[in-house]
Design a protein around this ligand. Structure first.
Ligand SMILES: NC(=O)c1ccc[n+]([C@@H]2O[C@H](COP(=O)([O-])OP(=O)(O)OC[C@H]3O[C@@H](n4cnc5c(N)ncnc54)[C@H](O)[C@@H]3O)[C@@H](O)[C@H]2O)c1
Length: 261
């Protein structure tokens, strides 16, 4: 890796959208820190190998984004591996399907711990490093279409994504003076393990067969197909590059035309 190679952390990168983003940033020539929970070691190693096979460079790392010390240690490991940090993609997130009346308080706390505190800790650790370096940098977080209009049975999940949109705007306001841009991406319906879970749980609640809840929701996609991780990765590539230097505080929908911002 050359001296001026830019360094990006991607959390939740062992599979799904995070994997697509990590592979894309690798192809863009960034050194990618492929980070996920310890259980996902195999997936992390596989993504690192895939990036290297495509001619890029990458380092695997473990993190629990809900733990601030763990996120700080991840930034330190990235700086150790790549010399500095240029991009932080706070992609890690979880989904839960439940009615508000039946929602367990522990589940509510868990989803806010990962999706909101996890993004807050990631944004803050990245900003601290960028300010220390005096370089500016790019911070990008995972929101969703539900940050604009909730899905029923995904109420707290939707609220976490509204929170990501709000944090993204506040962080953009506070850190612009340091040359830091902060944006989020809002995928629609992406065929990942997360939607397998949503399809299964919605189906169980609504008496549908496997795949039917996904198919029903997919009818609202103007462009006529369920999304793949690379659709999102293309937007994140833009938000991580100098082409987006005059864009900050935005949550960019990448949903095939389900919602309009
Ligand atoms: N799939 C979709 O349709 C969709 C739509 C809108 C937004 N999103 C958002 O995009 C992001 C990625 O979604 P996905 O579909 O790829 O999900 P996924 O479940 O396939 O992958 C999420 C990854 O995050 C990791 N992760 C979970 N908790 C973590 C933690 N505490 N610390 C570190 N890593 C953790 C998981 O191990 C997993 O590898 C999420 O934030 C999700 O909410 C997804």
């Amino acid at each position: 890796m050359s001296e001026n190679t830019r360094v990006a952390i991607v959390t939740g990168a062992a599979r799904g959208i995070g994997r697509g983003i990590a592979e894309r940033l690798g192809r863009d020539g960034l050194h990618v820190i492929v980070a996920d929970l310890p259980y996902a070691q195999e997936g992390i190693a596989d993504v690192v190998d895939t990036i290297k096979e495509a001619g890029g460079t990458a380092t695997g790392a473990t993190v629990d984004v809900a733990n601030e010390e763990s996120v700080k240690a991840l930034v330190a490991a990235a700086v150790e591996a790549g010399g500095q940090l240029d991009v932080f993609i706070a992609n890690a997130g979880i989904a839960q399907v439940e009615t508000l009346l039946d929602y367990k308080v522990e589940d509510f706390e868990k989803i806010f711990d990962v999706n909101v505190k996890g993004v807050f800790f990631s944004y803050r650790a990245a900003a601290e490093q960028f300010i220390k370096q005096g370089t500016g940098g790019k911070i990008v977080g995972a929101a969703s279409i539900v940050a604009f209009k909730p899905f029923a049975l995904l109420g707290p999940y939707s609220a976490t994504k509204w929170a990501v949109r709000g944090l993204t705007q506040a962080a953009a306001m506070e850190w612009a003076e340091h040359g830091i841009t902060v944006n989020a991406y809002g995928p629609g319906i992406v065929g990942t393990a997360m939607w397998d879970l949503i399809d299964e749980k919605l189906g169980a609640k609504q008496g549908l067969q496997k795949g039917e809840a996904l198919a029903e929701n997919a009818k609202s996609i103007l462009l006529g197909r369920v999304s793949v991780p690379d659709d999102v990765a293309r937007m994140v590539s833009f938000l991580s590059s100098e082409d987006s230097d005059y864009v900050t505080g935005q949550t960019m929908l990448v949903d095939g035309g389900i919602e309009f911002s």
